[in-house]
Design a protein around this ligand. Structure first.
Ligand SMILES: [Zn+2]
Length: 886
């Protein structure tokens, strides 16, 4: 027998809620084995609801009802019905107070949604549908209420009691209740109405770092970061990140914090990165804790970005929230765009853009081409947790960025101002956002809105024709979009297409379109709107090399028949840094795809010397912009290569990439070695952009040198590992050694663990570096690590590091014997019983299974079917595997 198929929720079925909740009074009593939640809701019928006689339906999940009263009078059992996921009262007045008392069991809550216990106390996560695991509620974002929350707990074990808003009263309750050990309580009130997904509370033993910030209107805001006892020395950077973000949002968007205090709480057990609960952000420790010896440059940068992201949500998400979960990208796409801009202002703008595009190509493009493809505004879901995706976040940010490109920076700012003027305090839709941008800029964005509703990565096929006698260059641009599940046919999109023309001397040619009186600018944003368009540039005195899609002006796949000479020219001279990088990636991609075919045909590839020469030039230029050089010298990833192939051969991809790395290392050994020495950073560690850039180029050189399999280089690597005063250099050395079948490998891994076993975030790195090793024994080692003291299936960070690490290890996960697939199926099934959100994320490892050969496909299919047929499977995991099998 199979479980019933979970229900699907559709965007087209949206209707306003039948009831509104104006205020919530919560009383949360934390006992040892359970927590009792008394909630009094002030309810009224919604005048905007079409059904004025609808029964009251409250969402519920794993709640034990103890008492229920309407306007203070207990309800008889016949007046209401309790089902697994809801409480229904068929007859209610137009306006009333409803009190419920229920018991919940946070210590048994392994889903980490709702209220759950972690090492140092109790924490919450309510987005998207966690609040219904705390109390009976109309748990949807368009129901916004004022909250007052009283928390009672044991004083010694949980000295810190927090909720959203302001602390209005607290006390010692032991004498009243006559309970031992002593208990205390605290009452918090949040002056801002908010949706339930932004509710948060904490009862824990934590240390506190305090600081303050004076807003530009002169208000003094108290800032607090709460962390596990003993870790105060690891949260200074996060505090600085918060203050940088506050200043930036005032300067760039004119947005000031509306609260008197702002709190961040870090917890080690957390499904996501961080959560923007009003005034009380709850963070994965990964994005708060950092110290030079335990965090890499990348970790520091992520802390800046994530702290900024959650802070920016206070306006784009909390002040103006989404009407329903289909609009999630309204808050997420916009806020990711804002944190990307913040990062670009703090670090290198071109390198930030390169990294965004790398991420997009590694995660979002494959998603858009697979069974989970969905528009930025999905049309339906079984489980909303499955739609916190690269499409909603990263493609959503690209869509916002395209609006920014089309209407310009000033109009974008006007659009943001108008958006807040119109919708502050409301729950709205993506159409509302686009309309504000359209009204503020006067640009027609009607066709542009298709980006929100069409899934799939558009393809631009571009060709050019140069006519020397008339000095005209014609660009022909055809756009198309492949079919995706449920969307066989696509309409043309409105695409900002930034182009430049690079002359033989490397300088940009001034652009003049036919019909224009004079040339204007070196980069032009063309508005593509039809399936085929022609653009004629005049007064082009020489045959140029087109520099297309500058700064990656749209999330599309660009096809243009570049010759390798043209790409080499762009790599050396294009004024657009992104396209310099892109030209190098195209050259490398071409060489790698040829090498893959050669290897598949059973012969050894030979690499062009012109490519080695181009790489040598980039390396020689390294000191002028080391962060860029490190990006330009990184070959396209195995995932990206796989996406370029009709049928993926993971062994040939891996072999070709390693061969090319070795070839470059042999050909440029002296150059890599010299740059390794030259980029050494003197003085004490700082995570700032400049020294971080030098370390990235230096460690890239070390990585290439380690391809030589030379004892001298290994000794150098071991020396860096042992002497490093920072985690960036230590991890770079450890990662290189972990890929190497040599005696130093085990020594380094053992020493690293012995040194850092007490730091969970560093242990995650240790697990991850083993799970992503290219060595053949990796899967066996990962299976061994599952029962190591360092691993814990209940901790999402550990799961992402070890199981997620193996899942992303293309050559080992996709082993031809199916062992990787079998392993992942086992882990998904085990995880599903504990934490369906995390299990479903891991199950996404099968997304691209149809791109592999018949033998691998049959292994994948049986793994997927085994997961699907598991008794009691969550709807989270069911949705992912059933879509994969469809
Ligand atoms: Zn967010």
């Amino acid at each position: 027998m199979r479980d019933p198929v979970p229900q699907v929720t559709y965007l087209k079925d949206y209707a306003p809620p039948a009831f509104l909740i104006t205020s919530v009074d919560l009383d949360v009593d934390i006992e040892d084995e359970f927590t009792r939640v008394r909630a009094t809701l002030a309810l009224q019928r919604n005048p905007r609801s079409a059904d004025s006689a609808a029964p009251l339906v409250l969402n519920a999940d794993e709640l034990e009802l103890e008492a229920i009263a309407l306007n203070g009078a207990p309800l008889p059992a016949s007046a209401y019905a309790v089902e697994a996921n809801r409480l229904t009262i068929s007859s209610v007045p137009a306006q009333f107070a409803l009190t419920t008392v229920c018991k919940i069991y946070p210590k048994q809550n392994t889903k980490l949604m709702g209220l759950y216990a972690s090492k140092d106390g109790y924490f919450t996560q309510c987005e998207a549908e966690g609040f219904r695991r705390i109390t009976y509620f109309i748990d949807r974002p368009d129901v916004m209420a004022r909250y007052s929350v009283t928390i009672h707990a044991d004083q010694a074990t949980y000295p810190v009691l927090l909720s959203n808003g302001n602390l209005v009263a607290s006390g010692d309750a032991s004498h009243q209740e006559g309970k031992t050990p002593a208990r205390h309580w605290a009452r918090w009130e949040d002056p801002f109405p908010k949706p339930s997904y932004l509710f948060a509370m904490v009862a824990a033993k934590l240390d506190k770092l305090e600081d303050s910030f004076v807003t530009r209107s002169g208000r003094n805001v108290g800032l607090q970061i709460y962390v596990e006892p003993g870790k105060l020395d690891q949260c200074g950077f996060a505090m600085q990140a918060l203050k940088k973000a506050m200043r930036w949002d005032e300067e760039v968007f004119g947005l000031e914090l509306d609260l008197d205090q702002y709190m961040i709480v870090a917890v080690g057990d957390f499904n996501m990165g961080a959560m923007e609960n009003k005034g009380l952000n709850i963070f994965n420790t990964k994005y708060v804790l950092a110290r030079p010896d335990i965090a890499t440059d990348g970790d520091f940068m992520h802390i800046d970005r994530v702290v900024g992201h959650e802070y920016f949500h206070n306006w784009t998400g909390n002040r103006v929230t989404c009407r329903d979960w289909f609009q999630l990208s309204l808050t997420e796409g916009l806020t990711v765009f804002r944190d990307q801009e913040f990062g670009a202002d703090l670090y290198s703008r071109p390198v930030a853009r390169i990294q965004e595009v790398r991420g997009l190509r590694a995660a979002q493009f494959p998603e858009d081409a697979g069974p989970m493809a969905h528009p930025v505004r999905p049309q339906s879901y079984m489980e909303i947790s499955n739609f916190y995706t690269a499409t909603v976040y990263e493609k959503g940010a690209e869509v916002v960025r395209m609006i920014h490109t089309l209407i310009g920076r000033e109009n974008f700012r006007k659009g943001m101002d108008l958006y807040f003027r119109r919708f502050d305090g409301q729950a709205v839709t993506m159409d509302d956002f686009v309309q504000a941008m359209q009204d503020a800029s006067g640009t027609d964005l009607a066709q542009f809105r298709r980006w929100y509703d069409q899934a799939g990565t558009p393809v631009l096929e571009v060709s050019s024709a140069y006519d020397a006698p008339s000095q005209r260059l014609t660009l022909t641009v055809k756009q198309s979009c492949p079919p995706t599940p449920g969307q066989p046919d696509k309409l043309p999109l409105h695409i900002p297409f930034a182009v430049g023309l690079v002359g033989g001397d490397g300088d940009d040619i001034a652009l003049q379109l036919e019909g224009e009186g004079r040339p204007g600018g070196a980069t032009r944003v063309l508005s593509l709107k039809s399936s085929e368009e022609h653009f004629v540039f005049v007064s082009v005195g020489q045959k140029p090399v087109p520099s297309l899609l500058r700064s990656f002006s749209a999330p599309v796949i660009l096809k243009y028949p570049y010759t390798s000479e043209e790409l080499t020219h762009l790599l050396a001279r294009d004024a657009d840094a992104f396209n310099r990088w892109e030209a190098g990636q195209r050259l490398a991609l071409d060489i790698l795809l040829r090498a893959i075919s050669t290897l598949q045909a059973g012969t050894e590839p030979v690499f062009r010397e012109s490519f080695v020469a181009a790489v040598a030039r980039v390396l020689a230029d390294g000191p002028t912009d080391p962060a860029f050089a490190a990006e330009a010298l990184s070959l396209p990833s195995e995932v990206y290569l796989a996406e370029q192939m009709k049928m993926v051969n993971p062994d040939a991809i891996h072999a070709a990439r390693v061969r090319l790395r070795r070839h470059l290392a042999h050909s440029l050994r002296a150059e890599f070695a010299a740059m390794y020495v030259r980029q050494r950073v003197a003085g004490p560690y700082s995570p700032d952009a400049d020294p971080a850039a030098r370390r990235s180029l230096r460690n890239l050189c070390l990585g290439y040198l380690m391809e030589l399999d030379d004892p001298e280089v290994r000794a150098l690597c071991m020396e860096q590992f042992d002497r490093a005063d920072n985690m960036t250099d230590a991890m770079a050395a450890l990662a290189a050694l972990a890929n190497c079948d040599c005696p130093e490998r085990a020594q380094a891994l053992d020493r690293f663990y012995a040194k850092w076993r007490g730091e969970p975030l560093v242990v995650d790195k240790w697990l991850g570096v083993q799970a992503t090793s290219r060595l053949p024994g990796t899967l066996t080692q990962v299976i061994r690590l599952l029962s190591h003291e360092a691993f814990n299936m209940r901790n999402p960070n550990k799961v992402y590091a070890l199981i997620g690490g193996l899942r992303s290890n293309q050559v080992r996960f996709h082993a031809a014997d199916g062992a990787g697939y079998h392993f992942l199926a086992d882990q998904v099934i085990a995880l599903d019983a504990l934490n369906p959100t995390v299990a479903a994320r891991m199950a996404r490892g099968f997304d691209r299974w149809r791109k592999f050969d018949a033998v691998r496909q049959s292994h994948s299919r049986s793994a997927l079917e085994r997961i699907r047929d598991t008794r009691g499977l969550s709807k989270d995991t069911f949705e992912v595997v059933s879509r994969a099998l469809a």
